[in-house]
Design a protein around this ligand. Structure first.
Ligand code: GLC
Length: 801
């Protein structure tokens, strides 16, 4: 007879005394008396992986986040044992492991600064309800430490003093304190003593991060299941941390087609065909550049994915072609919920092939979304992903749709309290069968991945374009993203600003917000200010629910239309600059936006700034986030800058009032920069570019700028058909030298550069191009000095008196 039926709550448990050590090439094992094993892998000199088990053995090592292309390998590895500790030494780090309790301390090997230290370190609690453990880690907060990252959190950029949860959630009209929302990116950067490190906690269960909220001196992170499995990434530069994290979890697999960096117009929903055409025609009539038009759920037949409502769109192929002839790429939405309808081929096939998710006890996972009751494909099964990819044949290859928009893939379920699947739903998880508790956070990512592969295959030889709402770390390899259902308020404009910056420092740069706000309707002024910000976001799309009126650039008044046109034109002019930044993202993982702390972490002033950011690496912008503003105070980071609008030269390292009437926004160019500009086009490829402008900003000293170019679509660039130009500027008191170096086989259509030189402190007496003296006749001087030169120059000298 059992007499004691009370649950024995063991509470927190800890590793006990160290008993043995084993080394297997780059992986070290430290075992304790109570079956805890710490598996430490030296990934790179600056990247260490820590993985713990409490049972003596590890589960199958599988991650959706880590890319197979991640760089591995180190220059140096040395292991020293003494009475109390093990010392693991690489060329960048010294990691000390205490034999007493396996606590970790990590130092910069060069100057012995303590970078990161376990407080309690690894500990756990048994999960009585589900089995396994609630795994926990705690770290000591350093003096004046700041925290950044975590994806799409709509909070202050610096996460210090706050607690967060990662559980991908459909969050209509979220607010500044809403947590969690659409994405789970369990990666943060810590910064103290001018040294930055990152921690990526690769655990897909519901995870939590506390940055000194519960206890002032402790940062902790824990998960409701799975393993304590994290990567420690050392900088010391924050930019290196972000690049290394991006290397681990993946850079976008290819450049986007250039048109995807243009302006996109969306609404829920444009239909029928006549309405779509009315919108696209109006863009051309008003000469407002635009490259993409979106079809939201109403294009489908009863919201059945991969079907068309033939009353609204009688001949989609013809329409898509006509739109394309006018420069518009059509992007269509595809949601995960498949309508339960035994006459519907997609449903029938998935049912027959057993592709839908099931509950623990056998029934299908049934949930309501737009089409009514649905079943949901298990995108965590490779065979299901292949099938899903194949479904895009008609939409992409036959009809010609050029982009796919994945939505509701948290997965969102309507009219249930938790807004998603129940925990007991079963998933394949690529052969590692599990419940929804583990698969939830990656469900949307796997859907986007399957979509991406379909898009890529059927759009070949053109590049794919996919956008997703839900994401986990690594999703940036496949798609772009937006920040979900925001609201047309000034506060949301500032949230959008923070989210785009935070996504960029979380390895997912290709992101933007619903410009103007999804829910409710903005006033013309808010819309204008949001466009001004949005043209500096890597993904630039106006979208709205359509319930509260129109949000096209002409929906307000003529002044708004004119200002909006001016800023969208600016985006198109700066496309070569953005494209170059994108190239650096896919090559090195360099974020497309830099918050000021990323730009200059040494300057303490930047650690708590949120509004200003650097677009690429040489353009500083700061949106106006209040009504009736005629300008604003902003922090200009250290260094010297030119006001983009007036060419006024300003010294950074201080706050400054900057004028910005409604038709302007604070924008500065780093001195010494050479900014490439295209002429205005109504869409990418509208005109053959005959001349590329180079805006040269004089500096007393040196600065390097870059220009990447290729065919703007297709894969030839991967075979060397690209051009990458480096411009080295050297400014002296009476001389300006620009040296050009080109690599790659691509020849752009333009033959010449038009140099516009800003801030030149001397009058030009002589020009030499590649050692030849050029007549001054070609020189135009009215404010800025301009001249047209052959794009093949290697060195140009402007000499003054
Ligand atoms: C969701 C999306 C939104 C879309 C709507 C209808 O709310 O976030 O962008 O317009 O569904 O498909």
């Amino acid at each position: 007879m059992i007499v004691n039926t009370e649950l024995e709550q063991k509470g927190n448990m800890f590793p006990s005394k160290f008993v043995s050590f084993k080394k297997d090439v780059d992986t070290l094992y430290f075992s304790t008396d109570n079956n805890v094993v710490l598996q430490l892998t030296v990934f790179r000199d600056s990247v260490l992986r820590f993985r713990y088990t409490t049972t003596g053995t590890f589960d199958n090592d599988f991650s959706y986040a880590i890319t197979k292309y991640a760089s591995k390998g180190y220059n140096h590895l040395e292991i020293i044992e003494n009475e109390e500790e093990y010392h693991i030494i690489t060329s960048k780090l010294l990691c000390k492991i205490a034999k007493e309790d396996l606590r970790i301390r990590i130092y910069d090997v060069k100057d012995n600064t303590l970078i990161n230290e376990d407080e309690i370190g690894f500990h756990w609690e048994e999960s009585y309800e589900y089995g396994g453990n609630i795994v926990k880690m705690s770290k000591t907060i350093n003096d004046r430490e700041s925290y950044f990252g975590l994806g799409d959190k709509p909070e202050h950029l610096n996460l210090k003093g706050k607690r967060f949860e990662n559980w991908v959630t459909d969050s209509y009209a979220f607010g500044k304190q809403t947590d969690p929302i659409y994405k789970a990116i369990p990666f943060f950067t810590g910064l103290h003593h001018n040294k930055a490190y990152g921690i990526f906690f690769d655990n897909t269960f519901r995870t939590y991060f506390d940055f000194g909220q519960e206890r002032r001196n402790v940062t902790s992170f824990w998960a409701q299941g799975g393993e304590m499995n994290y990567y420690f990434i050392y900088g010391p530069k924050m930019n290196d941390v972000v690049e290394n994290y991006t290397d681990l979890t993946g850079k976008p697999h290819q450049l986007p087609p250039l048109w995807a960096l243009g302006f996109h117009q969306c609404k829920w929903s444009y239909y029928p065909e006549a309405n779509v055409k009315e919108i696209t025609n109006k863009f051309r009539e008003l000469q407002i550049p635009c490259d993409a038009i979106y079809l939201d759920i109403d294009y489908m037949d009863g919201f059945r994915c991969f079907t068309w409502n033939k009353d609204y769109f009688p001949d989609p192929k013809r329409m898509v072609k006509e739109l394309l002839d006018d420069g518009f790429k059509t992007v269509a939405i595809i949601d995960p919920g498949i309508k339960i309808d035994h006459e519907y081929s997609v449903f029938k096939e998935a049912l027959e092939k057993d592709y839908f998710c099931k509950r623990a006890d056998g029934p299908y996972m049934k949930g309501k979304v737009w089409p009514g009751e649905c079943y949901f494909p298990d995108f965590t099964k490779p065979e299901v992903r292949d099938w899903w990819s194949g479904l895009f044949k008609e939409l992409v290859e036959d009809i010609g749709v050029q982009g796919v928009w994945n939505d509701m893939n948290e997965p969102a379920v309507m009219e249930v309290p938790n807004k998603t699947f129940p925990d007991d739903v079963r998933h394949d998880y690529d052969g590692n069968r599990c419940s929804h508790r583990k698969a939830h956070n990656i469900y949307g990512m796997q859907m986007a991945r399957a979509t991406y592969h379909g898009m890529k295959k059927f759009n070949y030889p053109k590049r794919p374009f996919v956008i997703t709402r839900a994401a986990y770390s690594g999703t940036q390899r496949y798609t772009s993203t937006w920040t979900g259902d925001n609201v047309a308020t000034w506060e949301h404009l500032s949230i959008a600003n923070i989210q785009a910056q935070r996504m960029a420092m979380s390895g997912f740069s290709f992101a933007g917000s619903d410009i103007g706000g999804f829910a409710e309707q903005p006033q013309g002024e808010l819309y204008t200010r949001w466009i001004q910000l949005g043209v500096f976001h890597p993904f630039c799309r106006v979208h709205s629910s359509g319930d509260h009126g129109d949000q096209e650039p002409w929906a307000f008044d003529d002044d708004v239309t004119d200002i909006v046109r001016k800023f969208i034109e600016l985006r198109y002019q700066l496309l070569p600059y953005l494209y170059t930044a994108f190239w650096k993202l896919i090559e090195h993982g360099t974020p497309l936006l830099q918050s000021l702390v990323l730009f200059d972490q040494e300057d303490q002033q930047t650690h708590y700034r949120t509004d200003e950011f650097v677009y690429g690496n040489q353009i500083l912008v700061c949106p106006i986030q209040e009504p009736n503003a005629k300008g604003r105070r902003m922090y200009i980071p250290r260094g010297s800058w030119y006001n983009f609008w007036t060419d006024e030269y300003v010294e950074g390292g201080k706050e400054k009032w900057v004028d910005a009437e409604i038709d302007s926004m604070p924008m500065f160019i780093k001195e010494g920069a050479i900014i490439p500009k295209f002429p205005v086009q109504q869409y990418v490829g509208e005109i053959e570019i005959e001349e590329l402008a180079l805006e040269v900003y004089y500096k007393l000293g040196k600065e390097v700028s870059e220009l990447y170019d290729d065919a703007h679509d297709g894969y030839d660039y991967t075979k060397g058909r690209y051009s990458f130009r480096t411009f080295k500027l050297t400014g002296k008191a009476n001389e300006l030298i620009i040296q050009q170096h080109k690599e790659g086989k691509y020849e752009a259509s333009y033959k010449t550069f038009k140099l516009n030189i800003h801030g030149l402190p001397f009058e030009i007496k002589e020009i030499q191009i590649d050692n030849e003296i050029i007549s001054l006749e070609h020189l135009k001087v009215n404010g800025t000095v301009s001249m047209v030169i052959d794009k093949k120059f290697s060195e140009i000298h402007l000499i003054g008196n």
